[in-house]
Ligand binder design. Structure first.
Ligand code: SF4
Length: 135
């Protein structure tokens, strides 16, 4: 049996609590809060305690899905990104950039959120930017 504890950051909100993901033989089995973290000082909220469960869920999406003829069909990332880019271009062309809104997420890094708002403002040309923490 091989046991491993891997330090990481909780994916659920912008607080950024630290914990160790425990794994046995390559499968996640638990979480131990990091007592040395200045953010959470050995504590976690209820979401943090269960933050590993989705990783191995059989219901987790493993590939992008595109709706075709009313059904969600697995697609490659290239196909999905082309589909989204094509849809955005069409909306902007038909209805203008202000018809598009971009919603960022507390579950991604500050750097990713910065890039997202830059993409919205400089790429699409809209100031309609918001964040899930306000929803
Ligand atoms: S443990 Fe709770 S408070 Fe801490 S980052 Fe995760 S969701 Fe946020």
């Amino acid at each position: 049996m091989s046991y491993q504890a891997t330090k990481t950051t909780c994916p659920y909100c912008g607080c950024g609590c630290n914990f160790y993901l425990e794994s046995v033989d390559g499968r996640l089995v638990g979480i131990v809060p990091d007592k040395s973290s200045p953010v959470n000082q050995g504590k976690l909220c209820v979401k943090g305690w269960t933050a590993f469960e989705f990783v191995q869920s059989p219901r987790r999406l493993q590939t992008p899905l595109i709706r075709k003829n009313g059904e969600l069909v697995p697609a490659s990332w290239d196909e999905a990104l082309d589909f989204v880019a094509g849809g955005l271009k069409k909306i902007v062309k038909e209805s203008g950039p202000r018809s598009v809104g971009v919603f960022a997420s507390a579950k991604i890094t500050n750097e990713d959120n910065y890039v997202l708002q830059k993409f919205a403002r400089a790429g699409i040309g809209t100031n309609n930017v918001d964040h899930c923490a306000r929803l």
